[in-house]
Each structure stands twice: as C-alpha cells, then as structure tokens.
Design a protein around this ligand. Sequence first.
Ligand code: G16
Ligand code: MG
Length: 220
Amino acid sequence: KIDAVIFDLDGIITDTAHFHFLAWKQLAEEIGISIDEEFNERLKGISRMDSLELILEEGNRQHDFTSIEKEEMAERKNANYVNYLDELTPEHVLPGIMDLIKSIKTDGIPIGLASVSKNAETVLRALNLVEAFDYCADASKISKSKPDPEIFLTACKGLNAVPERSIGIEDAVAGVESIKASGMFAVGVGKQLSKADYQLMSTGQLQWEKIKEAFNKWND
Ligand code: G16
Ligand code: MG
C-alpha cells in the first residue's frame, strides 16, 4: 500500500528552476561572479539565503558584504524571479505531470507538495493547481531547507502518511537527499541523481504503473 505521493515544485511540476537560475545569474553578474547551469544544480532545493551564500563562496566574496547588504541582494534576486512568474500559465505544467496526478488520484492516494520556496503558492495559483494538492509543505511550515528531511517529513505528517510507505519526486540532488533522509522512496528526475531509488531523465517519462512497480520491488 502507498500512503502518499509528494512532489517537489521547482523543476518537477513546472520549470521555475530555470527562472531561479536566470535571476541568480543576473544578481551574481552584478557583483562580478559568474555561474553556470552546472553550478546551479547545487542551488536547487536550497533556500534563498543559503543559495546566496553558496554564490558568494563561489566568487570568494563571502566576507565582503554585511547582512543587510545580503538581505538586499536576496530581495533583488526575488523581485527579478517574481517578474518571470508573471509569464507563468497552466500551459507551463511540465509534460507527464497532469497525467501522473490523474493516475494517482484514480488510485485514491493523497498528493502532497514539498517546496522550500516562499513563492510556492503563487506558482501553484498561476498553474491553476492549488486544488490538486491535499497538503502543501512550504517555507512557512519549516525551518531547514533541503537536504534536511524536515520538509518531506512535514508533508507526510500533513497527509497522515508513513514515510516508508510514501513516494517523493525530485529533480535536485539536495531534494533526493532530503527524501532519502526521511525514509521515503525517491523518484529522481534528471542527471546527477543516482542516489534516487528510481531515476528518469525527464518528467515526460514518469509513468504511474512503472513507479508503483519500482516502489513495490523496493518495499519487498
Ligand atoms: C526552491 C528552489 C530553490 C530556491 C528555493 C527558495 O525549492 O529549488 O532554487 O532557492 O525554492 O525559493 P524562494 O526564493 O522562492 O523562496 P524547491 O523546494 O521548490 O525545489
Ligand atoms: Mg526542484
């Protein structure tokens, strides 16, 4: 029996991961640091302030700014990111996701969200997906970002689900680590996710029957 399926938001439900990258890249360039897509993999699932710290470290500038300046930089990044969200419509739900949600619902299994983003609700609204989720664990409900298991454990609790009988779906290295630390079965979508229990290269390959099969094997 599967208790719940819990989705990551950025990079799984929709490609806001790319908007986060563009917004950070611009901020980084303003202070003379250049980041690429490979470096960006390390920012996925990491909170806003922790992401900024990683970027400053990358440019060896971690001691050059006061905390007020850092707050201001994080706000600037967010304003830029939120601008991108204006373009978001239900058409931006990634391939395979709507079918997957439908199949899980047909089986009567609760669906949760685990996103450390303070913009999670705005994103779900823009995608017209608020109703699809039985419980959302977001930044307001946790104190530690991924890879800590807190966010996935919070989502399980909110759905009355036992982690060992639940499935998490993630595109980030830190996200897969968070799922595994919580005791859940991890579906990883993308490269660098060999720690996942079941790995695919794109959301379009997500098939509920195949996921259940892999979960049952793992659960044996
Ligand atoms: C997301 C992104 C991260 C982002 C974080 C905080 O986490 O993956 O890149 O830094 O949220 O977002 P915000 O600045 O909007 O609060 P998740 O858990 O949805 O992958
Ligand atoms: Mg993600």
